[in-house]
Design a binder for this molecule. Structure first.
Ligand SMILES: CCC1=C(C)/C(=C/C2=NC(=C\c3[nH]c(/C=C4\NC(=O)[C@H](C)[C@H]4CC)c(C)c3CCC(=O)O)/C(CCC(=O)O)=C2C)NC1=O
Length: 169
């Protein structure tokens, strides 16, 4: 599992090179954005349970068939599994925000996930929608914490969305 710094070190070490201007620039930008990354993660953590709850309610309001008989989130066990998955996505998003790297998502969340979902009939489209709803709420929380440009908060949510939806089944 790597972060922005260890990713860079790995790439330059493989080539046996000192950091060049590009590397220094990207290190600078990572460290300059560091406080904001930590602040955003803090704001999300402090409201994590509420974010998951609110995103779940909105998802099931938009797509009520999910929690009706025949829906994948129907029965309390599956409903709970769905909210638990949303909580995983949110928590790992905060790790990726702090790390400045999506590596943790590949390694801990996305590996084999599509196959698991397909075999259990968990629908990808609504899952992705749930991730996007959480992104919007997480950004609101970061803004409320005084972060003006929250575009970096998008990254892990959009990355999980892309990885989940774009690969062939
Ligand atoms: C930390 C990394 C990690 C992830 C991501 C993860 C996901 C994950 N979600 C699962 C199930 C599930 N996931 C869902 C989720 C949903 N159903 C819906 O209709 C909604 C669209 C959606 C919620 C947004 C449901 C309902 C199940 C249970 C399916 C079943 O057992 O029939 C399972 C199968 C095993 C289990 O039930 O625990 C896994 C492994 N597990 C992990 O360790």
């Amino acid at each position: 599992m790597r972060d922005a710094v260890t990713n860079l070190i790995k790439n330059y070490d493989v080539a046996g090179r000192y950091f060049d201007r590009n590397a220094i620039d990207s290190l600078k930008s990572y460290f300059e954005s560091g406080t904001k990354r930590v602040q955003a993660a803090g704001a999300i953590n402090a409201n994590a349970a509420a974010i998951v709850k609110q995103a779940g309610s909105q998802l099931f309001e938009e797509q009520p068939e999910l929690i009706r008989p025949g829906g994948n989130a129907y029965t309390t066990r599956r409903y709970a599994a769905c909210l638990r998955d949303m909580d995983y996505y949110l928590r790992y998003a905060t790790y990726a925000i702090v790390a400045g790297s999506m590596d943790v998502l590949d390694e801990r969340v996305l590996q084999g996930l599509r196959e698991t979902y397909n075999s259990l009939g968990v629908p990808i489209g609504p899952t992705v929608r749930g991730i996007q709803i959480m992104k919007d709420i997480a950004k609101e929380q970061a803004e409320a914490a005084g972060i003006a440009d929250t575009s970096f908060v998008d990254e892990p949510f959009d990355y999980m969305t892309r990885e989940l939806s774009e690969k062939d089944i």
